[in-house]
Write a protein that binds this ligand. Structure first.
Ligand SMILES: [Zn+2]
Length: 407
C-alpha cells in the first residue's frame, strides 16, 4: 500500500477536468473528466492519484479519509476577473439603476468608478486589506480557491502601486493573481484620454511591471479607444506583462479583434462582440471571459453570445467581475446566470469556472484534479452537477480544500 496524506472516497460525481494543458475550446468544454464513484489521494498539497474508488482503496492508505458519498466533487473555482481592491460601496446607485438611470448617466453624474477612485485613494493599505479580507473570506467559503485581482481604482502611480502591493501582500489562503488596470477610467487630474495613456505608458507601467502579471484596459466608447488601448497593451507586452482587455461591454469599438491579433490571453465581457470578433478570438486561441453578473446587475437583457462562441470553437471562462457595481463573491451565482441567461450547459459552465479560468490567468497547476496539480477542490452537498445551476441563491459548498488543507 502506498501512503498518502488524505484520501477522498465515494464521490457520487467526481469531475476531474483532467487532460491536456490548452484551454478547452468549443465542444471540448463538455468534457469534464467525470468519474462516477471516484476517489483520489493527496500528498504534500498535490493530487497524487485519481480514479475509480475500487482501485484507489486497494492501492493507497491515508492518514485521513473523507467520505464524499452522495456528493459532487470538483476542482476549486477560479475567478479570473475581479476588481477586488476597492474601498466603500455604491448601493445607492443600484436604486438609481432601478429608477432607470444608465451606467453612463451615473458615471457622468460623478458616480460610478470615479466615486470609488476617491474612496480608494483615501484608504490606507491596512484599510484596503481589511475590506478585501472580508470579501476573500466569502469567496473562499463559496468555493473560489484562486482569483485574479485588478487594480484600477487608484489610477495614479502611487495609488495603483498601493493597490497592487495590497494584492501581493495580503495574507489569505485564497491565492491572487495581480493585474494592472490603470486604464480603467480617466482620473480627475487629466482631461485627455490620450495624455493619460502616455502617463500610464511612460510612468506607471515601467514601475508596476514587476508587481503585476497582466495589464488590462477598459476599451469602450467614452473611455479608452482602440488606438490608445493598443498603445498601452503593446508597451505592457514589451515589459513582459500578459495582456487582457475589457471589450464590447456596452458598445463594439473594434477592440476585441485588435487584442486578439496582439496576442491577448483573454478578452473580457464581450456582450457586443461580432461574428468577426468571435472568429478572431477562436483563431488566436483567446479565452473569452464572460461576466453574466454585470448585465444582471445593470438590469440589461443583453448577455454575451456564449452559444455562438462555443459553436465557433472558442474557449470560454466565467468570472464574477466583483466590483462595487456588481458585487458578488459567488461563482455559484455566476454559473446559474451562465446556464439560465446564456444557455451554457452545466458541464460547459464548470469547465469555464475551473480549467479554462485557470488558463485565462496563466495558471497550469490548478483547475483540475489530476496527478501533480495543486489539491484545490470542493465537496458540494449535492449529488450531481445539474444541481449546481439548478439549486440557486444558496451556498452548496460543504468543504473547500486549498493545497490539500481544509479551509
Ligand atoms: Zn471588469
Amino acid at each position: 500500500m502506498m501512503k498518502a496524506d488524505l484520501l477522498v472516497k465515494g464521490c457520487s460525481e467526481l469531475h476531474t477536468l483532467s487532460g491536456g494543458k490548452k484551454p478547452r475550446m468549443g465542444k471540448e468544454m463538455m468534457d469534464t473528466g467525470l468519474i462516477k464513484n471516484g476517489a483520489f489521494v493527496v500528498k504534500n498539497g498535490e493530487i497524487l492519484d485519481v480514479g475509480k474508488e475500487d482501485r484507489i482503496l486497494k492501492e493507497y492508505e491515508a492518514a485521513e479519509i473523507i467520505d464524499a458519498s452522495g456528493k459532487l466533487v470538483v476542482p476549486g473555482f477560479v475567478d479570473p476577473h475581479t476588481h477586488l481592491v476597492f474601498s466603500g460601496s455604491r448601493e445607492d446607485e443600484l436604486v438609481m439603476k432601478i429608477q432607470g438611470k444608465t451606467y453612463m448617466e451615473i458615471l457622468n453624474a460623478g458616480g460610478g468608478i470615479l466615486r470609488t477612485v476617491r474612496k480608494t485613494r483615501e484608504a490606507s493599505k491596512d484599510q484596503l486589506k481589511y475590506e478585501m479580507k472580508k470579501r476573500m473570506d466569502v469567496m473562499l467559503a463559496h468555493g473560489t480557491t484562486t482569483a485574479e485581482a485588478k487594480s484600477g481604482y487608484g489610477l495614479d502611480l502611487d495609488n495603483e502601486m498601493k493597490c497592487l502591493e495590497v494584492i501581493r501582500e495580503i495574507d489569505h489562503p485564497l491565492e491572487l493573481v495581480p493585474t494592472y488596470m490603470g486604464a480603467h477610467a480617466l482620473p480627475p487630474e487629466f482631461d485627455d484620454h490620450s495624455k493619460y495613456i502616455d502617463y500610464c505608458c511612460d510612468t506607471v507601467l515601467p514601475a508596476v511591471a514587476d508587481v503585476a502579471e497582466f495589464c488590462d484596459v477598459f476599451c469602450e466608447k467614452g473611455v479608452f479607444d482602440a488606438g490608445d488601448s493598443k498603445r498601452l497593451l503593446v508597451k505592457a507586452a514589451e515589459l513582459g506583462l500578459g495582456i487582457k482587455v475589457h471589450a464590447d461591454e456596452i458598445e463594439n469599438i473594434g477592440c476585441t479583434t485588435m487584442a486578439a491579433e496582439l496576442g491577448a490571453i483573454s478578452c473580457e465581457h464581450l456582450v457586443k462582440s461580432s461574428s468577426g470578433d468571435i472568429e478572431a478570438m477562436a483563431k488566436n486561441s483567446v479565452i473569452g471571459i464572460l461576466l453574466p453578473g454585470t448585465p444582471f446587475m445593470l438590469m440589461d437583457d443583453h448577455y454575451s453570445p456564449a452559444r455562438e462562441m462555443i459553436d465557433h470553437g472558442m474557449a470560454i471562462a466565467l468570472a464574477t467581475d466583483l466590483n462595487p457595481n456588481c458585487w458578488t463573491e459567488s461563482m455559484q451565482m455566476i454559473i446559474t446566470l451562465a446556464c439560465l441567461q446564456m444557455k451554457m450547459m452545466p458541464e460547459e459552465a464548470l469547465t469555464a469556472s475551473t480549467f479554462n479560468a485557470a488558463r485565462a490567468i496563466g495558471r497550469a497547476d490548478i483547475g483540475s484534479i489530476e496527478p501533480g496539480k495543486k489539491a484545490d477542490f470542493l465537496i458540494l452537498g449535492i449529488p450531481n452537477l445539474m444541481h449546481l445551476p439548478y439549486h440557486f441563491g444558496v451556498n452548496l459548498v460543504d468543504m473547500v480544500f486549498k493545497e490539500g488543507v481544509l479551509q
